[in-house]
Design a protein around this ligand. Sequence first.
Ligand SMILES: Cc1cc2nc3c(=O)[nH]c(=O)nc-3n(C[C@H](O)[C@H](O)[C@H](O)COP(=O)(O)OP(=O)(O)OC[C@H]3O[C@@H](n4cnc5c(N)ncnc54)[C@H](O)[C@@H]3O)c2cc1C
Ligand code: SF4
Length: 503
Amino acid sequence: MANIPREPREDVVVVLLESVAKGASLPWHRQKLVLILSAMRHFAASLEKAGHRVVLRKAPTYAEGLATLAQEFGATRVVATEGREQDMVDELERARTQLDALGVSLVLREDRGFLATREEFATWARGRKEHRMEWFYREMRRKHNILMEPDGTPSGGDWNFDADNRKPWPKGREVPPLWRTEPDAITREQMERVRGWSNRWGTVDTFALPVSRADAKAWLERFIVERLPEFGPYEDALVHGAPDLLHSSLSSLINVGLLHPLEVVKRAERAYREGHVPIASAEGFIRQILGWREYIRGMYWHLMPGLRTANALNAPLPLPQWFWAPDGEAYNGTTGGACEMRCLSDTIRQVRDYGRTHHIGRLMVQCNFATMLGVQPAALSRWFWAGFTDAYEWVELPNVAGMGTWGDGGALASKPYVASGAYVNRMSNYCGGCRYNVKQRTGPDACPMNFLYWDFMDRHRERFAKHPRMRMMTKHLDGMDADELVQIRTQAQQFRESLSYDG
Ligand SMILES: Cc1cc2nc3c(=O)[nH]c(=O)nc-3n(C[C@H](O)[C@H](O)[C@H](O)COP(=O)(O)OP(=O)(O)OC[C@H]3O[C@@H](n4cnc5c(N)ncnc54)[C@H](O)[C@@H]3O)c2cc1C
Ligand code: SF4
């Protein structure tokens, strides 16, 4: 997109390609397909309206599509944006080979959908033993002059207000409604198209994301007014049936190119400067985009290609069927029974029905459960990549194999994000209505998050015994009654064996 001439040119054809191979490479969520296919069509229409020559085509692969169209239009040069992730980098190299054979050159331009270049991040990362997000984020604040005072100090007197952002959702307070952009005729056509596609996942009828620039900007404005003022304090809160709560739900729109990250960051900063939003919320939100999003993308390239198979904790298991079918519905001809863990089944249902759940559901419920159970990071990553409307390998893989499962052995997070049921109980309203008892560690009603947590600590006791932030827990294990520990190990193993897994 960034490489399209501002003014239409007779000698330039803008090409948008649908790759059949890419579309069949994973069991993609139907809403993710609708988002991409419909956004492409809206974009094509807006370019045509502005006078550009546009071609939207389906091709067996991107490389073949480019070669065919280059011949059809007698092109001498193809200009494309550099690959955002490894598969696209490889595909563009295949395209280069095919185009070379036709005497057509391929020129790759920088991806302008980020606020740091790959080279910039690589320079920052080079020679550092530790790559903590916080240090990179501060450099980005200075570079883009966001939330900075004229004397070079951070606005509000601090770089980070995370300590203020840890509140559960108040009891009895109404949950804000999910936003809906009514699907127009173009979107409805794509919904019908993907509805019948086999080997795809997820509900299509609830699709309500923006697919045009105007609607995406309207969601940004709505977020700034309705949710940003209280974004910070409730960032970590979980509520049954609420995929967004006060989160922005903008990730899918930023990642697909409908919003630019800098416009989102600047809009949030303006809301703070104009006095509509407290610093803790403005900074907390800006850190997600200027800090986390850029850092995650940088770390993806820093850790590839090993990140795809990273499994530092030697987790052995495939993905439990529950992740595809939380209500015990048939999936790929089998059923794994209904998931009775209220936290896990609800967050998975949100993904199945909307293609999203917010950060804490992903990290502290889904990844937490999978890590403690012993699911291979690559198996979990495949689910995240296919199932979320905002997921692309460059962003889901570091989040899953790094932050979520500690598969990278600590390159991203100093310790695994594992927690017992007590955390879920503190931050959510899940446990009250759950069939399990969050206070029990063993026994038929014990919360699985509890025995899996202590079993995890036990299995990795040696590794974490000297870890400054984990040794308290391993010490607690040392003091645990021997019979209880045996019971925990047995119950965790029986639980593992009771589940159905991806074949
Ligand atoms: C296991 C796991 C998998 C994830 N997979 C993805 C993914 O595939 N795609 C994706 O965009 N985000 C991913 N995230 C990050 C984060 O959870 C989502 O960006 C966020 O939940 C999207 O909802 P939102 O737009 O309401 O976010 P908000 O909470 O409103 O945050 C604002 C924006 O900050 C950015 N952001 C925040 N955290 C991260 C992060 N850790 N990495 C990258 N960007 C971030 C997003 O662009 C997001 O829109 C993942 C996190 C975890 C723990
Ligand atoms: S009791 Fe355990 S399984 Fe049930 S909702 Fe709470 S944490 Fe989840």
